[in-house]
Unconditional design. Structure first.
Length: 103
């Protein structure tokens, strides 16, 4: 079942925006190679000092595996207060609203 992973964390504002765009391109490409990965929306809010992402994986096991690994990775990059949430995707209702959850 397609699974959504939400990750958010406190992140230094000076590392967001253009700095994040330039500094994380290699990371972005590597995420495409993760097992079960379908898509990611990158999120950031410089006003609140928060960043993260909304991910879609083919199933819960891959989402959980990635959440564990990525939480450690972003902590090493300076993130704090890391939160992860995993949700099943209701595909019937998502289809009505043109949500994308397949590769």
């Amino acid at each position: 079942m397609p699974t959504l992973l939400q990750i958010d964390f406190k992140f230094p504002t000076e590392m967001m925006g253009d700095a994040l765009t330039e500094g994380a391109k290699e990371l972005a490409h590597s995420i495409n190679q993760e097992p079960g990965f379908i898509s990611k929306i990158w999120t950031e809010n410089a006003e609140t000092g928060e960043a993260g992402g909304i991910y879609v994986f083919t199933d819960k096991a891959f989402a959980e595996q990635y959440a564990h690994m990525h939480s450690q990775r972003v902590a090493a990059m300076g993130a704090t207060e890391i939160r992860t949430k995993i949700f099943d995707i209701n595909t019937t209702l998502t289809d009505i609203n043109r949500g994308q959850y397949t590769a």
